[in-house]
Design a protein around this ligand. Structure first.
Ligand code: NAP
Length: 319
């Protein structure tokens, strides 16, 4: 299942592999925040994703200050993947910085990913010292110099997204993407104007955390003690009301059984189907089987009745 990235020329598999789990480096904080995967384990996850039909990877400067980007490049090089065979999406971290930093730091990003080009470069969130207008002008300059192929934003509101789009359009470039959290337990984009604005302007949305960090697989409902064993970042970011979300997990299990799939795959299929071709998803994986399962979710076609059941249980969990 291929989807076009906004109005850009780039077409990608609907599911990409998100690499925040590749961010661990030396230091206690890093170990507290991210899973302790070594390079062979990371390479195996990348190999499984590629083998199952995933053709893009989502990383960021902030994922271990380049550790995730470097691990991806090491994995792709060791698998003999040609630079034009995959698309790498990465993100500039704006906190405490102005837009001029984009030009100063692009060399470091390219070196971390060498020899893989930056197919999509996003502003990670809207909390920089510069305006979205200044950031988009700096991004456009990188695109004109051939250092990035397309431009995106992440965690931008509808209004900020519109400003970014307008600035780039005046320079003859499309805003390809807004990457935002979207899953059965977080549907804010449906009511906060982001979805409507993306539809109006032809901007793709990349759903991040499409499995609610693994919660939608049902494993924590089956074994609640597992939650306490999660790292600090997961515990802080994962929705934890197991009672309220239990009916949704039961519906995911029932639909999954009908498709010979897992609850996690059905949760991902719901994300891909809910708003059609506008939506791609960046899913995380710490094991090769999770990456291949995520890719296989692209082949699941949920009926209107199944979609309605899952959406209704999502409504209940979110009420
Ligand atoms: N732009 C942003 O601000 C932003 C923010 C967050 C994330 N992201 C991007 O989105 C990507 C994905 O988000 P995420 O990692 O936060 O959450 P996610 O994709 O919802 O969950 C990923 C986690 O779920 C578990 N999992 C994966 N497949 C599974 C399966 N088949 N069955 C059971 N569990 C499964 C794994 O955890 P275990 O190790 O526990 O098995 C995996 O690490 C990130 O890697 C990153 O690229 C972007």
């Amino acid at each position: 299942m291929q989807r076009r990235l906004g109005q850009s020329e780039i077409t990608l598999s609907a599911v990409g592999l998100g690499l925040v789990d590749f961010a661990a480096g030396p230091g206690w904080l890093s170990r507290a925040l991210f899973p302790p995967l070594d390079q062979p384990a990371k390479t195996a996850v990348v190999a499984a994703a590629l083998g199952a039909g995933i053709d893009w990877f989502d990383t960021a400067e902030m994922y271990g200050f380049g550790a995730s980007e470097r691990a991806l490049a090491v994995a792709l090089r060791s698998l003999d993947v040609a630079p034009d065979a995959v698309t790498v999406a990465t993100k500039w971290f704006p906190l405490g910085r102005t837009a001029s930093h984009l030009g100063r730091s692009i060399g470091a990003r390219c070196r971390a990913l060498e020899p893989y080009p930056i197919g999509l470069y996003m502003v990670h969130h809207p909390f920089g010292f510069s305006t979205a207008i200044a950031e988009m002008r700096a991004m456009a300059s990188l695109a004109r110099r051939g250092l990035i192929h397309s431009i995106g934003v992440s965690n931008f509101s509808a209004a900020a997204m519109r400003r970014a789009h307008r600035t780039l359009a005046a320079l003859g470039l499309p805003l390809a993407v807004n990457q935002v959290r979207f899953n059965l337990l977080d549907r804010r984009l449906e009511t906060n104007g982001v979805l409507a604005t993306a539809q109006e302007l032809g901007i793709s949305l990349i759903a991040y955390s499409p499995l609610a960090k693994g919660l939608l697989s049902g494993r924590y409902h089956r074994e609640p003690a597992l939650l306490a064993r999660q790292g600090l970042r997961r515990r802080l970011m994962m929705p934890q009301n197991l009672r309220r979300t239990a009916p949704l997990i039961a519906a995911l299990d029932a639909v999954a059984a009908a498709h010979g799939a897992s609850a996690a795959q059905v949760a991902l299929a719901w994300v891909l189907q809910r708003h059609g071709a506008l939506m791609l998803a960046a899913v995380g994986a710490t094991r090769p089987q999770q990456a291949s399962a995520a890719a296989a979710a692209m082949a699941i076609s949920l009926s209107a009745k199944e979609m309605a059941l899952l959406t209704e249980r999502s409504d209940y969990a979110l009420a």
